[in-house]
Design a protein around this ligand. Structure first.
Ligand code: AMP
Length: 400
């Protein structure tokens, strides 16, 4: 963020897409907090800060008469939390373009903050409409993108808008910078051995990630529901465990590729199995490929934990995406917990660790270990796509 912003109107795309309760109070302010360093730095540097974001999916949840449900999706709901966290007044414009927005932006002074109404109230936002993006761009002299969570979308406010600013008048915010820098520690300059721990429900969601990881990791530990598709592909008996029959060939190909590249692809040799998908189910520990009919693997077993822990503790770089079991149920959370602890221990011993993408973030928070890993990404799907090697439109637009 080395741009000259003193005395300038700076348009910042943030990610204030936060959960609200039925009274429209913010229930998790993580994303708002994530944007604070950038906002504070800009204010310190003498900018007038104009914030833009989407909230929810107003175009998908129209009112019965086909109009936008402004009351439900207005960004006004964010003001009390943002204002409290910043200790400052936050002004508001009822639209993100047009007369009201232009007027509010032009009268904004250095050190002041203006929040614009939900960008998705305009259909053109998600379509990446050039005309809308141009109108948005007219509100500021500098454009900063700090919304990593939407960087994989080519929307008007996240990507298209950047073309209306010259190279020295646009840049990444601090959060976006941190996400990119941390992902690159795994992708570009990893200390070895480099271990990826991939879990979660489905192979199909993570094929691209697994395929890409095999190109450059030393160890690939696979846990969670997706492991059973691999066991089934190898001819194992997985009872009623989660399986994607149409991905058996993919699983075989991934194992073959890992073998050819000398990557250690390790599956959980044993599992905690249950007679139903329920925290109160009967529980046994079994070899993962030798499960009785009608039972299902819901967590990695003690031998698998020991295998994984040994590799994690001997790694210098660790990437973790996806839980090792159904961690939402206490009786199947242990595998995820001990893996989180191993990642924390390796980090304390000098390894670099990145936890990113969806449920692994929820898991590390549940285990209260978020402060004991090197970086927890807030990026969700965007982080997944970045790790898969895709070019994210929100990043490309700033860089070109
Ligand atoms: P993902 O979003 O792909 O990371 O998947 C996360 C979900 O996978 C969580 O809700 C877990 O409960 C679920 N999951 C993990 N392991 C299993 C398993 N062995 N069987 C069924 N679901 C699982």
């Amino acid at each position: 963020m080395n741009l000259d912003v003193n005395g300038k109107k700076v348009l910042v795309r943030v990610d204030f897409n936060v959960p609200l309760d039925k009274d429209n109070h913010v229930t998790d302010d993580t994303r708002i907090r994530g944007a604070l360093p950038t906002i504070k730095k800009l204010l310190e540097q003498g900018a007038a800060v104009i914030l833009m974001s989407h909230l929810g999916r107003p175009q998908k949840k129209l009112k019965e008469d086909g109009s936008i449900d402004v009351e439900k999706f207005t960004l006004k709901h964010i003001i009390p939390t943002l204002s409290k966290l910043l200790g400052k007044e936050v002004k508001f414009a009822n639209d993100c373009v047009g007369g009201a927005a232009l007027h509010a932006a032009s009268s904004l002074k250095s050190g002041e903050i203006l929040l614009l109404e939900n960008t998705r109230f305009h259909k053109g936002e998600e379509k990446g409409d050039e005309n809308l993006a141009k109108q948005m761009s007219e509100l500021g002299e500098v454009y900063i993108n700090d919304a990593f969570g939407t960087a994989h979308r080519a929307h008007a406010s996240t990507a298209v808008i950047a073309k209306f600013f010259p190279k020295d008048k646009k840049g990444f915010g601090l959060l976006m910078d941190a996400e990119i820098t941390n992902a690159n520690k795994v992708l570009k300059t990893p200390q070895r051995p480099l271990t990826a721990i991939i879990g979660g429900a489905k192979v199909s969601d993570k094929i691209l990630l697994l395929d890409r990881l095999i190109d450059f990791v030393d160890n690939l530990l696979i846990g969670g529901g997706m492991a059973y598709t691999f066991f089934k592909a190898k001819g194992g008996n997985i009872g009623n465990s989660l399986v994607e029959e149409d991905r058996l060939d993919t699983a075989l190909e991934l194992m073959k590729k890992a073998d050819a590249k000398g990557v250690k692809l390790i599956l959980p040799q044993d599992s905690v199995i249950a007679d139903k998908f329920d925290n109160d189910a009967a529980i046994l520990t079994m070899e993962s490929d030798n499960q009785p009919n009608n039972w299902m693997g819901l967590d990695i077993g003690p031998k698998a934990q020991a295998d994984f822990i040994e590799i994690i503790e001997n790694s210098k770089t660790i990437l973790w995406n996806g839980p090792m079991g159904v961690f939402e149920m206490l009786n199947f959370a242990n595998g995820t917990k001990v893996i989180a602890q191993a990642v924390a221990k390796a980090t304390a011993n000098g390894a670099y660790s990145l936890v990113g993408g969806g449920d692994s973030v929820a898991a590390i928070n549940q285990m209260h270990l978020a402060n004991e890993v090197s970086y927890v990404s807030t990026g969700g799907g965007a982080m997944l796509e970045f790790l898969e090697g895709k070019t994210l439109p929100g990043i490309k637009a700033i860089e070109e």
